[in-house]
Design a protein around this ligand. Structure first.
Ligand code: NAD
Length: 250
């Protein structure tokens, strides 16, 4: 079977878990050669090759991106999915936590993209997809630091898309609602009543349920596909209607 990603090489950061894992699996199933860059690479998605990397460490990123390009034959697609959560109002997180979350979610995205650009410029189908969030577009309770990080990812996506459009590199992002992954399971444990908080997270999507990692992967593949050659500098909501729909409470 042939797929639109046949012959293309994709790097997926955070590909060991959640949305990144679902994306790496889907890209491999549709013909891409996939490099997963993650802190741990002992449990990899099917069809991928692992490269240990910490997106907060420029040397680690350069080494992993260079090794992936050399071994898999260049880089055509980058999916920046490595990221962490943060809970609380603007009073909740101290300076080291602000620095840590911004370093992973924002600067990590910039580091990996910058390291991949020399190969992306050589590609016939270059695409970067960043993981933004509904938190960049909506005032969500208790997500001050996390929202700030995703607002920065949104702005970074538009800025990078502008800088590199003439080089043939498309750059977009997805804005998922709450996705049922390990990331959310860990976050729920920080609430006094995780069951009540889970029900509130389900209800926040107009569809009444959390988004699945596979649904986000589908949107990422749409943006990354060579069939989407005129789509750049966009933010695609994958949020069960959270951002735009105003349904009456049932
Ligand atoms: N789950 C959600 O509800 C949701 C919603 C909107 C956006 N997002 C975003 O999607 C992305 C993925 O989230 P997820 O739910 O799949 O999370 P996850 O926790 O399931 O997976 C995140 C992956 O990133 C890796 N990672 C973390 N820090 C890293 C670092 N310093 N270097 C390299 N890898 C690192 C982890 O090891 C893990 O494999 C994140 O950017 C997150 O902000 C998630």
């Amino acid at each position: 079977m042939t797929g639109e990603f046949d012959g293309l090489v994709a790097i997926v950061t955070g590909g060991g878990s959640g949305i990144g894992r679902a994306t790496a699996t889907a890209l491999a199933a549709r013909g891409a050669r996939v490099a997963v860059l993650d802190l741990a690479i002992d449990d990899l998605p099917e069809g991928s090759t692992g490269y240990r990397a910490d997106v907060t460490d420029r040397a680690s990123v350069s080494t992993a991106v260079g090794a992936a390009a050399a071994e898999l034959g260049g880089i055509d697609i980058v999916v920046n999915s490595a990221g962490i959560s943060a809970i609380g109002t603007v009073e909740a997180n101290d300076d080291p936590e602000w620095a840590r979350v911004l370093d992973i979610n924002v600067t990590g995205t910039a580091r990996v993209t910058a390291a991949a650009l020399p190969w992306l410029r050589e590609s016939r189908a270059a695409a970067v997809v960043n993981l933004c969030s509904v938190a960049a577009l909506n005032g969500l309770p208790d997500r001050a630091l996390y929202s700030a990080s995703k607002g920065a990812v949104l702005a970074l996506t538009f800025a990078m898309a502008t800088d590199h459009v003439r080089e043939g590199v498309r750059i977009n992002c997805v804005c998922p609602g709450t996705v049922s992954t390990a990331f959310v399971e860990r976050m729920l444990q920080n609430f006094p009543d995780p069951v009540v908080e889970r029900a509130a997270l389900d209800a926040r999507q107009a569809t009444g349920r959390m988004v699945t990692p596979e649904e986000v992967a589908g949107a990422i593949l749409y943006l990354a596909s060579p069939l989407s050659g005129s789509t750049t500098g966009t933010a695609l909501d994958v949020d069960g209607g959270l951002t735009r729909l105003r349904v009456r409470p049932s």
